[in-house]
Design a binder for this molecule. Structure first.
Ligand code: ZN
Length: 216
């Protein structure tokens, strides 16, 4: 049984940048809906699709082990949304500090260059999907534009896809499904992304994930 994690702030805490109405639909209907769908699938034996799926019962194990299909889609969307809520804060914006800031400079050249990369990728992420800041896995060492294994990169995924499936560790994410911004910004995704980066982005969350990735 997967539980809907509590929001890390009240539903009106991100207003006026993201309205209470958006959060009440996005968290209360979309995120809660993925949890309900997943539990229905698990109760019906859907987790047996894919060898070893969810063997330790965790959401991460389901995402990595389930293979393409309804269990993966709903498990990943539960995880992705939990990551998204924490990627924002009523006190967000500003600049990162400490080890994370140093890693960003190593991989992108500057924090502004990272912001430009997040803007370009999130704006250009066609259709529904997610834009992530990740720490690359060791198998990324040749392909990475962000500095190789252990470096940071900005990656896009489609629909519910999650970087954990390719060994990348998410540090933060931007939901670019229309349901994330349409009530507040209509089709103006670039305005939503600019607001996310200027006013909402939670660098402390990314820094905590980065510190955990270094230990792991
Ligand atoms: Zn969403």
């Amino acid at each position: 049984m997967i539980e809907l994690p509590p929001l890390p702030y009240p539903q009106d805490a991100l207003a006026p940048h993201i309205s209470e109405r958006t959060i009440s639909y996005h968290y209360g209907k979309h995120h809660a809906g993925y949890v309900a769908n997943l539990n229905k699938l698990l109760a019906g034996g859907g987790a047996s699709v894919g060898a070893g799926a969810g063997s330790d019962g965790s959401l991460e194990a389901l995402i990595v082990g389930a293979g393409a299909g309804a269990v993966f889609n709903n498990a990943a969307q539960v995880w992705n949304h939990t990551c998204y809520w924490q990627s924002m804060s009523p006190d967000g914006g500003g600049d990162p500090s400490g080890e994370l800031a140093a890693a960003i400079v190593d991989s992108f050249g500057s924090v502004d260059a990272l912001r430009a990369e997040l803007t370009a990728k999130a704006t250009g992420n066609f259709g529904s999907g997610w834009t992530w800041l990740v720490r690359l896995g060791s198998s990324d060492s040749d392909a990475a534009e962000g500095g190789g294994g252990g470096g940071l990169a900005v990656v896009n995924t489609d629909d519910g896809d999650n970087p954990l499936t390719v060994g990348q560790q998410p540090l933060l994410t931007i939901d670019v499904w229309e349901h994330a911004y349409y009530l507040d910004y209509q089709n103006a995704r670039p305005a939503y992304i600019a607001t996310f980066l200027e006013r909402l982005i939670n660098w402390d969350f990314a820094a905590a994930n980065y510190a955990r990735a270094l230990q792991g």
